[in-house]
Write a protein that binds this ligand. Structure first.
Ligand SMILES: *Cc1c(COP(=O)(O)O)cnc(C)c1O
Length: 427
């Protein structure tokens, strides 16, 4: 697996010249002197996103209430329009995707819709390494059914604290499981699960299965509909560059259309019936049914330009660069940082890894602080993880080269010793 590559900044420059996506760097607000490697937590602002926010502000200014149906982007249809633009990124038809809610509220929506404990089948299957919000939401949904999460939420164990083996997940798919909810990518190690295989195995046992795609959307292609995934949710502010708190995404397989949403609201209605103001809900026959109330229009705006760029560049090209530049980073880590206490914590195989590198070091917290003072923005997942995401749209090979040289210097010169071991409030 370990390769020897040419070690020079000139080589990195050559890679940048070959990079078909390099031109997109100009589309983003890259700050002088700053290398941004935290696009897996919050993607950078693009000029198109900024323009779209201004346009929607302007439509409010100009049209007032009429903005719902007039202007360049009539607000009433924007969640569906963005769902259509997002569909190629998740591998679904346009009706199967809607941009609405937040990741966590969408988890509540899909789980309250599809978790129907009956008879022996009362449990939800998740994993012990997933993101806390997902677990809290699942626990709430179990409690709302008057069941005890300690008994009814199964969390598949990791053998090494980094990855969850698909075989272990499949072994836990018993006839007591009503629903499975897993991340596509584990947020710490960056492991990409075999979504297709897990879905087939779940369905072979009569279990519904859904995914949280926060860490794969915009970095990895998906084929949710073809793989028969029942439902999925994701946020649009990580690799999707939709901005802080931007509206999230939700996918529901078309075979479930017509199912009454667990959390209904007037936006769950057929669009042409919504303003009939009837007290009998006529459920929309698309993922749109899983909306609840009025869309957060100003937080939809930046996603327009972002998705346009994905359509132009194509998720396949993005994945290709992402795999190449993360491989380059791993090669540099192996060659340049050997013997300095670092371990690569993400899986090495292309089909098992996503867009970020999980670099482990016992001094991770202090190293991250030193990186920031050197103009490099990583993120830190205590106790020992430095996440580094070279984002296909805006990270250059030279930046990766310089980052690894800086890491080397931070350790060799013991720069990290100047910092405290306390984690920051937001890390
Ligand atoms: C980022 C992330 C979230 C965040 O949820 P919000 O509702 O947007 O705050 C949830 N789950 C996972 C797996 C994430 O990566």
């Amino acid at each position: 697996m370990e390769r020897t590559i040419e070690l020079s900044r000139e080589h990195a420059q050559q890679e940048d010249r070959k990079d078909k996506l390099n031109k997109y760097r100009d589309e983003f607000y890259l700050q002088p002197g700053i290398t941004y490697l935290d696009g897996n937590s919050l993607g950078l602002m693009s000029k198109r996103a900024e323009k779209n926010v201004e346009e929607l502000m302007d439509s409010w200014k100009r049209y007032g209430i009429r903005g719902w149906t007039q202007g360049k982007y009539p607000w009433f249809f924007l969640p569906e329009k963005l769902g259509e633009m997002c569909a190629p990124l998740v591998g679904a038809s346009k009706e199967e995707v809607i941009v609405s809610g937040s990741t966590t509220s969408n988890i509540h929506q899909v789980v309250s819709t599809f978790y129907k404990p009956v008879g022996k089948r009362t449990k939800i299957l998740a994993d012990e390494l997933t993101f806390p919000s997902d677990i809290y939401a699942l626990q709430s949904q179990i409690l709302l059914q008057d069941l005890d999460p300690a008994e009814h939420l199964i969390r598949v164990k990791s053998q090494d604290g980094r990855v969850i083996e698909e075989d272990d997940i499949i072994a836990a798919m018993t006839d007591e499981v009503a629903l499975i909810f897993l991340p596509t990518v584990l947020y710490r190690s960056g492991q990409l699960l075999d979504i297709q295989r897990l879905t087939a195995e779940a369905h072979a046992r009569g279990i519904l299965i859904g995914f949280d795609a926060c860490h794969s959307i915009g970095a990895v292609p998906h084929s949710f509909s073809e793989w028969d995934v029942d439902f999925a949710v994701w946020c649009n502010y990580k690799y999707l560059n939709g901005g802080p708190g931007s509206v999230a995404g939700l996918y529901v397989h078309k075979k479930h259309f017509g199912t009454r949403p667990g959390l209904a609201g007037w936006y769950s209605s057929k669009k042409d019936k919504q303003f009939d103001m009837s007290h009998t809900l006529d459920v929309e026959c698309s993922a749109g049914a899983f909306q609840i109330g009025t869309s957060h229009v100003l937080s939809l705006a930046p996603i327009i330009g972002s998705l346009e760029m994905f359509a132009e560049a194509s998720i396949e090209n993005i994945r290709e660069k992402s795999l190449h530049i993360t491989r380059y980073m791993m090669d540099l880590i192996n060659q340049e940082l050997a013997g300095l206490g670092f371990t690569i914590g993400n899986p090495k195989e292309d089909e098992r890894r996503s867009g970020h590198i999980c670099l482990e070091h016992k001094e991770a917290i202090r190293i991250c602080k030193a990186l920031i003072d050197n103009g490099i923005i990583p993120d830190n997942r205590p106790p020992n993880i430095i996440r580094l995401a070279p984002v296909a749209f805006y990270t250059s090979y030279v930046e990766v080269w310089d980052t690894i040289q800086t890491l080397k210097k931070i350790i060799e010169e013991k720069q990290y010793e100047q910092y405290s071991k306390e984690r920051n409030v937001v890390s």
